[in-house]
Write a protein that binds this ligand. Structure first.
Ligand code: AMP
Length: 398
């Protein structure tokens, strides 16, 4: 998509209070950040703002907040500390989401200084003010700054107070470099793709991908389906799937899609079957003619890998969303790794659409070998479905 939105570069930032929505919704285990990719990805926009003399106010959510107790593990304090290390600059952390203390700290910022407010979703304890985009909250946050920059692609598919709310109540707004880049890549892939355009879908659930399959049937030349969701399609074709993942209520839908996408949809022809759903299950390679009733397909098999790789060889554009098997478990990760490898060896524009496939590409060492890894699973799926992103729509046009 050609970007028609204002960007951070369209503004004179010196001395301005810049409210920036970032996506610092990072995975945290026992208080430790286990993957700081989202913080790293936001650095170019943050650095640009600071180098240009902005008084920067960062807003982000972290997880979901339903009770007071949720606040204990969902503070952004540790995230602010990691940001400080990555920036090698002081980051003022305010453990509030509104009020006099926050306002005072913002007003005492000097040019080139950065402040981070506490998790925006703490406001969800107040009748879901953040997630339901309370008018009052959006107005309040907007009143704290002069310019709003949205760089949070991961939440761009949601209309929350900290993105759409602020953007709708401030006179100046633009996108940051990360959001701009995400939309540019996804736009290049689906709005006017170089052909053949091959989409790869995997992961657990057909129901999550219904809209994207419908849309891809219109725009893609081939749709490769692997992962747990493939078995509902195989069953719809009348194949035996043993105890593999099945969404029975989606069988009719799968039949209809197979009918509509006759030559477009490519399904697995063999699988790695596990004797049970466990990391240490006994595994064997086979196909639907040999699968036993207790066995589950937990990865695509070697013949399928060859079939999918062959299809990817001639592709000019590839978008991938969802692992080919239970890639968290070593003996069922080969299919997903092979797709990473095929994308890495491809001359095509290759885009990994967030979520588990992005995590897999990073974990298996392919992050630098594809054209783009999206930071937002839900947002990239919504974009692929052809729907607009409210967090982007709310930003002022050039
Ligand atoms: P999704 O969030 O829909 O992209 O699904 C990702 C999850 O699907 C991962 O946790 C995988 O372990 C899981 N998954 C992938 N393939 C299979 C399979 N064949 N059987 C069960 N789960 C699977």
């Amino acid at each position: 998509m050609k970007n028609t939105k204002k960007t951070i570069k369209d503004f004179e930032l010196l001395g301005k209070k810049v409210l920036m929505r970032v996506d610092f919704n990072v995975p945290i285990k026992n208080g430790e950040i286990t993957d700081d990719n989202r913080i790293v990805q936001a650095l170019p926009t943050i650095k640009y703002a600071l180098d240009n003399g902005a008084r920067l106010i960062l807003l982000s959510h972290l997880g979901r907040i339903k009770t007071e107790e949720d606040k204990i593990n969902k503070s952004l304090l540790n995230v602010s500390r990691r940001l400080k290390e990555l920036l090698s600059r002081e980051v003022v952390f305010v453990d509030e989401t509104k009020g006099a203390k926050l306002e005072e700290k913002i007003n005492s910022l000097s040019n080139g200084e950065v402040l981070m407010i506490e998790n925006t979703r703490f406001e969800d304890l107040n009748d879901k003010a953040e997630s339901k985009n309370s008018e009052e909250l959006g107005k309040y946050w907007a009143s704290l700054g002069d310019i709003f920059i949205n760089d949070a692609f991961g939440t761009a598919h949601r209309a929350h107070a900290s993105n759409v709310g602020i953007a709708s109540n401030i006179s100046e707004s633009g996108v940051g470099f990360l959001l701009e880049k995400e939309v540019k890549y996804l736009g290049e892939a689906v709005d006017n793709p170089q052909r053949p355009f091959v989409a790869i879908l995997g992961g657990a659930k057909v129901s999550d991908k219904i809209d994207v399959i419908e849309r891809l049937l219109e725009v893609a030349d081939k749709i490769i389906i692997g992962g747990g969701m493939a078995y509902t399609f195989l069953k719809a074709k009348g194949e035996n799937i043993g105890s593999s993942l099945l969404e029975s209520e989606k069988l009719e839908y799968a039949k209809e899609m197979l009918d509509r996408g006759k030559d477009k949809i490519l399904l697995p022809i063999d699988s790695v079957y596990g004797s049970e759903f466990s990391e240490n299950a006994t595994a064997r390679i086979g196909d639907s003619s040999s699968v036993k009733s207790h066995e589950l397909g937990l990865d695509i098999g070697p013949k399928t890998i060859d079939l999918f790789e062959e299809e990817l060889k001639s592709a000019k554009t590839v978008v991938w969303n969802g692992p080919m098997g239970v890639s968290e478990w070593k003996q069922f990760s080969k299919g997903t790794i092979s797709i990473c490898e095929a994308l890495a060896n491809s001359a095509a524009l290759t885009i990994v659409g967030g979520g588990d496939s992005a995590a897999a590409a990073i974990k298996f060492g392919y992050a630098d070998k594809v054209s783009h890894i999206s930071t937002g699973g839900g947002a990239s799926l919504q974009y692929l479905e052809g729907k607009s992103l409210p967090g982007l729509d709310a930003i002022k046009n050039k």
